[in-house]
Design a protein around this ligand. Sequence first.
Ligand SMILES: [Zn+2]
Length: 376
Amino acid sequence: MRNAFNLGELFGIQFRLHYTWFIIFILITVSFSWQLFPSSYPEWPLTLHWVMGIVTSLLFFASLLAHELAHSLVGRANDIPIKSITLFIFGGVAQMTREARSAGAELKMAAAGPACSLAIAGLFYSVSLLTQNAIVPAAAIAFQLAYINIALAVFNLIPGFPLDGGRVFRSILWQVTGNYKLSTRIATRVGQGTGYLFILGGILIVFLQPFGLDWFSGLWLAFIGWFLGNAASASYRQAQWRGALQGFTASQVMASDYPVVPLSITVSQLVQGYIFTSGHGCFLVADEGGVRGILTLPDIKSVPQPNWGVTQVKDIMTPLDKLKMAHLDQNALSILEQMDEGNINQMPVVSDDRVVGLITRDNLIRLLRTRSELGI
Ligand SMILES: [Zn+2]
């Protein structure tokens, strides 16, 4: 997810905040401070309403983080590495670098989030009971948080992929049918259907305003529905892509006509003699003994232009021993996963300790695009 900035790291997982998060943060704070708390406790001062609103919002987002963290830690324990967690307008999303290998692992990981939210709800409910006669504002906040966390768990348990409930649903289908692709397709259809129902419900609420609901709730529901439908389609496409890559090995997707440049030329020579003429952005660097390293455009950009004439490519290349390598018969999906995990865009392919090809992310994406255009 772009347009997100880093908050920091916890348990080796990067936490990020998308700019749309601020919209929902303000909306929730305002609705608590301006509507909910004043209507329940009109005798309390305005400042107290706002303090309570802000505290509720912050604790709500902490609950959301805990929910995502539960997915991530259970995922990691089941061999599904998690790179980052991003909070955005509709909640949180954990970025996995690969999908679950088994139905059981997927089930545990998907169920962990809602289970965590329910546990948090129970905790807040106990706090509200304990404080209701002593610190009434704290009890009011805790009660709201118990309610919100239950809502969060219930919403996420809707059986439409890619919501948690959709993943639980898929893992059960997967377990029963043994067919990952079919299970994903069914769970996605349910996800898209749920999205359409939400949009329809939202439109009905806007025009009919039943049960005292206003046009804003309708619009919001429709917006969530639109998001759900889109997310379902996007996740399905991704699953299809992964399936498509699984059928290929490195030897089938690598480029063997990769550009090779000599170890001792300067950056100027490289730019004029190779980049301008070939248009390539990634080079293998070699001498008589074979390939020694890899050089990409960002490496070149890291050298100030006036120094291009005196800097040799061997000084700025990434040497082979620092690179991740693919094996000739490794499947293309696991190569893409390794690229995602290491944040890299290219991997040399080796056979008998010799570099025989180069796989770039662009290669893989082009292959997928061609396949989807041919409809295979
Ligand atoms: Zn979740």
